[in-house]
Design a protein around this ligand. Structure first.
Ligand code: ADP
Length: 641
């Protein structure tokens, strides 16, 4: 049997009991011995298990194990005791030495733990230093430690590189001469700064400061904060100082911008209303106070429709709500009436959604432009323009009338020239004839037979009669055209007048039959002498163009308004294109020109003028080769039954 010596520093009794209950081989060990066992190699495995179990249970307690064995045995069990046995001895040793070894093992263990802890701490410190270094380098601003010792004067313990950037002073210099930093505080704020610092030190509390510093002639805004912690020799304030000049300037810009905006909103003539997304009024500018007559103190926080009831009646309020959904309205004119103040007028309104930098809708901007005066002016202008247009139209019309009158005058002038030349011609013809025969009769030394002389005198007489008739006709027509012919009206039956005329017509043995047919009788109120002239002129023409033995019909009829006379002959008729022209002065159908002796060409124009003066109508219907019918119509006289 091989002997194995095991040694335990603690749990000795526990193991001894456990071993004794199982293995007879274990010899009782003297009480003073430090866990020394004698174990055979078979039991060794169980003991190792047991030690492992105990060690696992008490990891915090170090339990040195020494194995005494011979080399041969060790080879067999070597692989099983690693991690369990601390030391292997190949020679038996005395108890005292064993004790020393155990103590040495315990000490060694203790040292190794301490060494490990020291190493770990060192690594931690290194890490912390590195971190601090990085922080002090990378954190914007200046990190510092300000010491207030129980004895002696205050000083900077540490100042980071940020000092260079903020105060333009090397950190080491600043540590040595704190005045380099403290003296840069703006003179106006120096006193406050010192009081503030003194209070913080005295009350051992966090120090905060924001103020102006003059650094190399330039003003900077610097913000600082530090918190105290206790040290053995006093207190240290750990702090940071940051240059906030840019921030301050930005703040100032924002403040200015807000101020400008406010001034713009307040000083514009346009009413401005702003609502938040909950439709609460947040802005109601001065112009709107004037337009509405309602002070802003009464509207802020209220719903706009409480004051803009008229928008509902004009269906414009929807625009308001739509703006909240991002729909910009269109400018609209409306008539407003603020019930609350009784103010009213014309306004131009526009509703626009308001958005923040992210594009989210934050409210509605509503502009209200008072346009009553301009609207009125616009309306006045409109009516002025319409008036001017009307005047212009009138002027154009007058111009046209003037043009027409001018044309008419020109026409009249031309007609007059034509008339004078035609009239002269008509007069010259008989005059030439008269003059010729008179000269012949009076020629000295020429003997004219009696028969011829009488014939010449007859011609002279006829021409003189014709001339006198012509002059009479000319006077007639000129009077009629000038409207100077006064109508001597009387009421009579036209059929009676026609019968009387028929009886006086010289038919010169031509055996012409004039038949009068009265279909309907009717009285007219007219100048009977003038109407007689009309009938005579027409009837004479009819007789002139009727072959001997022919018939002329005179038909009298009546409508509700007029008496119509038709004088119908069966003569040569008149070409269609000359039906109008024959009523003009001196007009004769071409081939009639040869039969000049028959008339002056004034008969029908005189008839036309007379009928016109009576508000009647005159016209002719004719077919060449079949005959002509001349009509005239006169309004019924008052006595007509
Ligand atoms: P005149 O004195 O030449 O008859 P009027 O004015 O009476 O002048 O008539 C104008 C012309 O109209 C005549 O010259 C003739 O050519 C034509 N005219 C008038 N009446 C008739 C008719 N009944 N039949 C055919 N032609 C006629």
């Amino acid at each position: 049997m091989h002997q194995i010596h095991l040694c335990f520093e603690s749990q000795r009794n526990e193991i001894i009991e456990w071993l004794q209950s199982r293995y007879e081989v274990i010899k009782t060990i003297p009480q003073e011995a430090y866990g020394l066992f004698l174990v055979d190699s078979v039991s060794f495995e169980r003991i190792v298990q047991c030690i492992r179990m105990i060690k696992n249970k008490n990891t915090h307690v170090y339990m040195p194990v020494i194995l005494v064995s011979n080399r041969a045995d060790l080879n067999k069990i070597e692989n099983r005791f690693s991690g369990v046995v601390d030391e292997v001895l190949f020679e038996p040793i005395v108890i005292t030495e064993l004790r020393l070894r155990i103590e040495a093992l315990l000490k060694a263990h203790e040292f190794s733990i301490k060494a490990k802890q020291l190493y770990e701490n060192e690594i931690k410190l290194e890490l912390q230093a590195k971190r601090l270094d990085n922080l002090s380098k990378n954190v914007p601003g200046m990190i510092y430690q300000f010491a207030v010792p129980n004895q002696g004067s205050t000083r900077f313990e540490y100042i980071s590189n940020g000092c260079r950037e903020i105060f333009d002073v090397e950190p080491e210099e600043a540590v040595k001469h704190p005045q380099l930093i403290i003296s840069t505080v703006h003179p106006d704020e120096r006193k406050d700064y010192e009081n503030n610092l003194a209070n913080a030190i005295q009350e051992r509390r966090t120090w905060t400061w924001e103020g102006r510093y003059i650094i190399k002639g330039k003003t900077k805004w610097i913000k600082g904060a530090s918190t105290p912690h206790a040290e053995s020799y006093g207190f240290i304030w750990d702090g940071v100082m940051v240059d906030v000049t840019a921030l301050k300037e930005a703040e100032e810009n924002v403040r200015n911008l807000a101020l400008y905006n406010e001034q713009i909103v307040e000083n514009t003539n346009e009413g401005i209303l702003v609502c938040d997304t909950g439709m609460h009024i947040t802005t109601w500018n001065h112009a709107l106070e004037k337009i509405s007559g309602i002070p802003r103190s009464e509207v802020i926080g209220h719903h706009p429709l409480e004051f803009f009831q008229f928008l509902v009646t004009q269906r414009l309020h929807l625009q308001f709500e739509q703006a909240l959904y991002g729909i910009a309205g269109q400018t609209k004119d409306y008539w407003y009436e603020f019930e609350k103040s009784g103010k009213s007028g014309w306004a131009k309104n526009l509703n626009i959604p308001l958005r923040n930098a992210k594009g989210e809708i934050t409210g509605v901007l509503c502009t209200i432009d008072e346009i009553t005066i301009s609207k009125k002016a616009e309306e006045e202008l409109k009516s002025m323009v319409t008036n001017l247009q009307n005047k212009n139209e009138e002027l154009t019309k007058m111009n046209k009338e003037l043009d027409n009158a001018n044309d008419r005058l020109k026409n009249i002038d031309a007609i007059k020239s034509q008339f004078v030349s035609t009239a002269s011609h008509e007069i010259r013809t008989p005059l030439t004839s008269i003059l010729g025969f008179v000269q012949t009769l009076r020629a000295p030394g020429i003997k004219i037979p009696e028969g011829n002389r009488l014939e010449y005198l007859k011609i002279i007489e006829n021409e003189a009669i014709r001339l006198s008739q012509l002059v009479e006709s000319l006077l007639n027509i000129s009077r009629l055209e000038a409207g100077k012919q006064e109508l001597r009206r009387n009421v009579f039956f036209i059929s009676e007048l026609i019968s009387a005329i028929r009886d006086t017509i010289h038919l010169e043995k031509r055996n012409i039959n004039i038949i009068i047919v009265e279909k309907d009788s009717g009285q007219v109120s007219a100048d009977s002498q003038q109407i007689e002239l009309v009938i005579r002129n027409i009837l004479n023409n009819a007789v002139r163009y009727t072959r001997p033995g022919g018939t002329i019909e005179v038909i009298i009829s009546r409508t509700v308004k007029e008496v119509i006379v038709a004088i119908k002959d069966y003569g040569p008729g008149i070409p269609q294109d000359q039906l109008q022209a024959i009523f003009e002065k001196f007009y004769r159908i071409q081939k009639d020109r040869s039969t000049i002796g028959h008339g002056s060409g004034l008969g029908l124009s005189i008839a036309k003028e007379i009928i016109k003066a009576h508000n009647g109508r005159i016209w002719v219907e004719s077919n060449v080769g079949e005959g002509s019918t001349f009509f005239f119509a006169l309004p019924l006289g008052v006595n007509t039954g």
